[in-house]
Ligand binder design. Structure first.
Ligand code: BES
Ligand code: ZN
Length: 864
């Protein structure tokens, strides 16, 4: 286990490493319980460093021998690394260590998954492979030799020579150790090729277990689309002769961008029509793009230290979102991302885990791969682009790639290229990186009629002025007791009473705490459409009448804000239902009917319109409005609203369902997927009227997973799922990824009072496996998404979660710590629930040998 005394790492303590590395040679003699790793590293003093201490990270390693310039040495070894006397000037370090990949359940470093060796080194896993300066600002070229009797042996870069039982790889691009990778196993490849715009022929391989070859085609096509897109939009070409992707079943994250050898969670790359849903296909396309795009934003230009994580992650999420918007639908992508931001990043930024996009302290860096670093980090790039314009953004990026290629950089480097390219001062903008919390933006409107309009003399010259006054505040938190105003790009358009756009979208730049903007020369009092496209990641606190929301839902010319108006109406009606026992609002139901049945609108967009704010989002809204959210009341309000929606749309639903069926062989393209999404949203409502008859028919006829799973969901919700649950299992029990869905759906759709019992039943099922992160998340992660089930008043949900996190922590700290976030909102609820949550958290914290990962998370979550 890790250190007992938690150590805090500070951004302000950064110093460069005392040595540079000319080259690294590694030899792996693979054996499940006793792999030998031989390293030969050429060190030279770093002229830029003042401290010449020679410290190499190393954890859970058995040091066999060490030599400097060929002579045996005896270093001082601790739990975290070693120090050693070294000569002045350059020297060669050699070491041999032994590791135990077969017993590595943490899935960091070198481990074995289903008989296959693979690695995960980001952020600090390389130190579990050999002694090394495991920090991103130490970059080196790697040559790797793998010895084993397995047929496929891979590492980074280009293949070198190979023979019976061995293979060599050489990566010509200097890289930090976190991008190292090695894979060996009985794998087969789905192969293809790509010719770059520079004329380089690249061999593409997707390596999988033999039975999975039929699930590779889509991932490969997505890779080629990503390569083309990065050339066309960012001018970035691939830079090696091969690009390999490997699918692995046991993986803590989604995927990893190791240079030339991406390693993917099999759930994030394998797909066939029969086994993967439209949502799976879309996510796979996005993750393939994301990891591929890291080749430039992350690998060629990397991070100086882990505080700069958003430099690669925020930027790469922004790039993959641009890609998805380009190859699919821009408004649909934007709306989906905002739903996700509100569901995951807002609660984080408004709770005990709040931290700046660039944190300035951490105990365990794995705990900072957060929605804030990723999603808010991407939002910040979006704002930067809006402020400097498309042209300024392109110039700044070009300068960034040109100037910093091959370097380990900081956020300061990133901002400087935009200042230089555009002449804009980004000092205040930088607060987006250093201040935590979600700004609240309130707005008031004033309308001033021109004097002659008042007199009614001449309608044609009767021009008035609309003034919007904005106020921004960010509540203080543990990171900053006082928040300074941030630069907010606010996109605004004005509509007249007919819904005609009288002022097209303009970007207002707010820099003060309070600021007014006037629009002159208006014929009549307009209806403003504010924060179009969600132009800044803020909570827009706007006093708005139901009528105005309904008007915008019917007429807004900005597709995001049109959706947002509907979302606002749904939120308003749910809040009134929960707090006043009101009936579902007519304005919402009428407005929704009109939009959903408007055939001129994209089906995917209409499907999004049918969504409502989730239970957790609603709990947050209620909490902020001064109420104590009651999970059972929220559950009931959702049920009532969905039933009322079904009744309202009763006549339209059969037509909506029929018109959006997709005939012919399944294709995961955006248009077909959008139709299925709308038809299946309609099916959800139909199920409330016909007790599952249509859903059963769809289940029986389904020839693809999207249709099958949607029908299965409906049957579970209608409590008619017993037969389908058995049939689904019998059909798919050999497919791990499909069985994950089987676990998840039963958990998510369990009635609140049955959720704990369902979790107990599923965690004792023979296919439950605590060591497989996908299965654990499919079961316990899904349990936490059952809001009223997890937040049972008797605390049984919290206790069950705590029990499982205690078990998992001993095996896999990283996945345990990530799942602790399900407790981050515990203080929203009533005293009884809070008491139960606190007890569950304290029990977890008291576990002997608790990992540093989990300990940091629980300590932060418990802090007032
Ligand atoms: N570099 C990360 C993977 C990673 C994160 C490894 C933390 C180890 C610790 C990778 O590029 C990534 O961000 N993956 C995401 C998916 C992506 C589409 C946002 C993931 O794995 O969830
Ligand atoms: Zn990433």
């Amino acid at each position: 286990m890790k250190d007992a005394a938690p150590q805090t790492i500070l951004l302000s303590d950064y110093t460069p490493f005392g040595y540079q590395i000319e080259s690294v040679h590694l030899t792996f003699k693979l054996a499940p319980h006793a792999t030998r790793v031989l390293s030969r590293i050429a060190f030279a003093p770093n002229p830029e460093a003042s401290d010449g201490t020679f410290f190499l990270h190393g954890e859970e390693l058995k040091l066999i021998s060490a030599r400097i310039d060929g002579a045996e040495v005896t270093p001082d070894v601790t739990d975290t690394g070693l120090t050693c006397e070294v000569p002045e000037g350059a020297f060669a370090w050699e070491a041999e260590v032994e590791i135990d990949p077969a017993n590595n359940t943490a899935l960091e470093g070198l481990y074995v998954s289903n008989g296959m060796y693979c690695t995960q080194c980001e952020a600090e896993g390389f130190r579990k492979i050999t002694y090394y300066p495991d920090r991103p600002d130490v970059m080196a070229t790697f040559t790797v030799r793998v010895e084993s009797d397995l047929p496929v042996m891979l590492s980074n870069g280009n293949p070198g020579t190979s023979g019976e039982g061995w293979a060599e790889w050489h990566d010509p691009w200097p890289k930090p150790a976190y991008l190292f990778a090695l894979v060996a196993g009985e794998l087969e490849a789905h192969s293809d090729s790509f010719t770059t715009m520079e004329g380089r022929d690249v061999a593409l391989n997707l390596y999988v277990r033999p039975g999975d070859l039929g699930k590779c085609a889509f991932g490969m096509e997505a890779l080629k689309r990503s390569m083309t897109w990065d050339e066309e939009v960012y001018g970035r070409a691939y830079d090696l002769d091969v690009f390999n992707i490997v699918a692995v079943d046991d993986f803590n994250m989604g995927a990893m961008e190791n240079k030339g050898l991406n390693i993917f969670n099999s759930a994030a790359v394998l797909a066939s029509p029969e086994t993967a849903t439209d949502a799976n296909f879309e996510r796979i396309e996005a993750i393939i793009a994301h990891e591929y795009f890291h080749n430039w934003t992350g690998n060629r230009i990397t991070c100086r230290d882990w505080f700069q994580l958003c430099l690669k992650e925020g930027l790469t999420v922004f790039r993959d979102a641009q890609f998805t918007a380009d190859v699919r639908s821009e408004p649909v992508k934007r709306i989906s991302d905002v739903i996700d931001l509100r569901a995951r990043q807002f609660p984080e930024d408004q709770g005990p885990l709040s931290h700046p996009v660039r944190p300035d302290r951490y105990q365990e860096i794995n705990n900072f791969y957060t929605a804030t670093v990723y999603e808010k980090g991407a939002e910040v790039i979006g704002m930067l682009k809006r402020l400097v314009g498309d042209d300024g953004y392109a110039k700044g990026c070009a300068l960034y790639f040109d100037r910093h290629d091959g370097e380990a950089c900081t956020i300061e480097d990133w901002l400087a290229v935009f200042e230089e390219a555009t002449g804009r001062d980004l000092t205040q903008f930088k607060r987006w990186y250093t201040q935590s919390g979600t700004p609240r933006l309130s707005v008031s409107e004033a309308w001033q009629e021109a004097p002659d309009q008042v007199q009614g003399l001449d309608q044609r010259t009767a021009l008035g002025t609309c003034t919007l006054t904005f106020r921004q505040t960010t509540p203080p938190d543990a990171n900053q007791s006082e928040k300074l105003p941030q630069v907010l790009p606010i996109a605004v358009g004005l509509l007249d009473a007919d819904g005609t756009e009288v002022v097209p979208t303009q970007l207002l730049e707010m820099t003060e705490t309070e600021q007014s903007f006037s629009f002159e020369g208006l014929m009549a009092k307009p209806v403003p459409s504010i924060l179009r496209g969600f132009s800044a990641p803020v909570v827009l606190a706007r006093e708005q009448t139901t009528e105005e929301r309904a008007f915008l839902l019917a007429h807004d010319t900005d597709p995001f804000n049109r959706w947002e108006a509907g979302r606002g109406l749904a939120r308003e009606t749910l809040v009134a239902m929960v707090t006043q026992g009101a009936a579902p609002g007519g304005a919402y139901l009428d407005g929704l009917s009109a939009v959903v049945t408007d055939r001129a609108l994209d089906p995917a967009y209409r499907a999004l319109m049918l969504g409502v704010p989730g239970a957790s989002e609603l709990a947050q809204v209620l909490f902020e409005a001064g109420h104590t959210p009651d999970p059972d009341a929220i559950h009931d309000a959702h049920e009532t609203l969905r039933q009322a929606t079904a009744t309202q749309l009763q006549d339209a639903l059969p037509g909506l369902y029929a018109a959006n069926q997709v005939d012919g062989p399944y294709s995961p393209d955006a248009e077909s997927a959008g139709k299925r999404a709308l038809a299946n949203a309609a099916l959800g409502l139909i199920t409330r009227l016909d007790s599952g008859a249509q859903a059963q028919a769809q289940y029986d006829a389904a020839d693809n997973m999207t249709q099958q799973l949607a029908a299965f969901s409906c049957l579970l919700l209608a409590k008619k799922g017993e037969a389908a649950t058995q049939a689904f299992y019998d059909q798919w029990h050999d497919d791990r990824l499909v069985i994950d869905k089987w676990f998840s759906l039963q958990m998510i759709h369990a009635a609140p009072e049955d959720a704990v019992a369902t979790a107990e039943r599923l965690t004792t099922h023979k296919d439950f496996d605590v060591k497989n992160p996908n299965r654990f998340r499919a079961t316990l992660g899904a349990f936490a998404m059952n809001h009223a089930g997890f937040h049972r008043a008797d605390g049984s949900g919290y206790a069950l979660m705590s029990d499982w996190l205690i078990k998992l922590d001993a095996l896999n700290p990283q996945t345990t710590a990530r799942m602790c976030t399900v407790f981050q909102t515990w203080r929203r609820y009533d005293a009884q629930r809070q008491g139960h949550a606190q007890a569950a958290l304290e029990r977890l914290l008291a576990k002997p040998d608790l990992s540093r990962d989990t300990s940091e998370m629980i300590t932060r979550i418990l802090k007032a």
